[in-house]
Design a protein around this ligand. Structure first.
Ligand SMILES: Nc1ncnc2c1ncn2[C@@H]1O[C@H](COP(=O)(O)OP(=O)(O)OP(=O)(O)O)[C@@H](O)[C@H]1O
Ligand SMILES: [Mg+2]
Length: 232
């Protein structure tokens, strides 16, 4: 089996004196979707932020063989870690095009990078139609698309997605699931936080957080029904 694309070992972290994670280890392989489940407040968003370097944490982290744990978030992004936060973090006063431009890695050769502005606009036609619109005029679903499209423009190897379909209409949810399937087929690794049945259908593996640790890691079919019945 190929070595993991992302490997986290013994991650710990939280907010000041509030410890949220105590020794979390997980792996994501290339071309794999790992679904991260847990109760509200179990630390899923905190874990993604620690992985991205946006919150301090201890433990070790590698992406495609590069040690990330000592690097600031912008260097993690340069090495291929892409993050779409729960609150999307788009710039409301900037146009769609300006928001997209912020996602591209400076100096990247467009002929060598699969995701360019032209490519994302084909994939997200709703954004193409609103290229010069200020982002705050977009609907919640369009803002979600913009956040994902902007992250793809950084040409990540691994995506950290925090509830990417929260608040979306069913049609948009289905489109997102289809896009994630296509991204996986290109070899991207995806660590997905979602609390919906479609995500379990899509996932190759599931990791369950609870009591500050990993409570379960394995195939979706092996997920204890108490978990899937309660949360999905
Ligand atoms: N900025 C913050 N300052 C202090 N505590 C925080 C902060 N953000 C989250 N917490 C706390 O950290 C714990 C984990 O929160 P986190 O947001 O990671 O959970 P989650 O699993 O993503 O849940 P949900 O998305 O349902 O809120 C919770 O107890 C939460 O109250
Ligand atoms: Mg969260």
């Amino acid at each position: 089996m190929s070595p993991p694309l992302l490997e986290a070992r013994d991650l710990q972290g939280g907010y000041g004196r509030l410890r949220v994670l105590r020794g979390v280890s997980l792996q994501v392989r290339a071309g794999e979707i790992v679904l991260l489940l847990g109760r509200n407040g179990s630390g899923r968003s905190t874990l993604l932020q620690i992985l991205m370097g946006l919150l301090p944490g201890t433990g070790s982290l590698w992406l495609a063989g590069h040690a990330l744990h000592t690097l600031p978030s912008h260097r993690r992004a340069r090495l291929g870690l892409g993050y779409v936060p729960e609150q999307r973090d788009i710039f409301p006063g900037l146009s769609v095009r300006q928001n997209l431009a912020l996602g591209a890695k400076p100096g990247a050769d467009p002929s060598l990078t699969p995701w360019t502005e032209a490519h994302v606009l084909v994939r997200f036609p709703a954004l193409a139609a609103r290229l010069h619109t200020a982002a705050h005029h977009l609907s919640g679903g369009e803002q979600q698309m913009l956040a994902l499209a902007r992250t793809l423009l950084g040409n990540p190897r691994l995506l950290l997605l925090d509830e990417p379909t929260q608040g979306l209409a069913p049609q948009r949810v289905a489109e997102t699931a289809e896009l994630l399937t296509q991204l996986r087929a290109t070899g991207l690794g995806i660590l997905l936080v979602e609390q919906r049945p479609w995500a379990l259908d899509l996932a190759d593996r599931v990791v369950v957080l609870g009591d500050q640790q990993v409570q379960f890691s394995g195939a979706p079919a092996c997920l204890p029904s108490a978990v899937s019945d309660a949360w999905l």
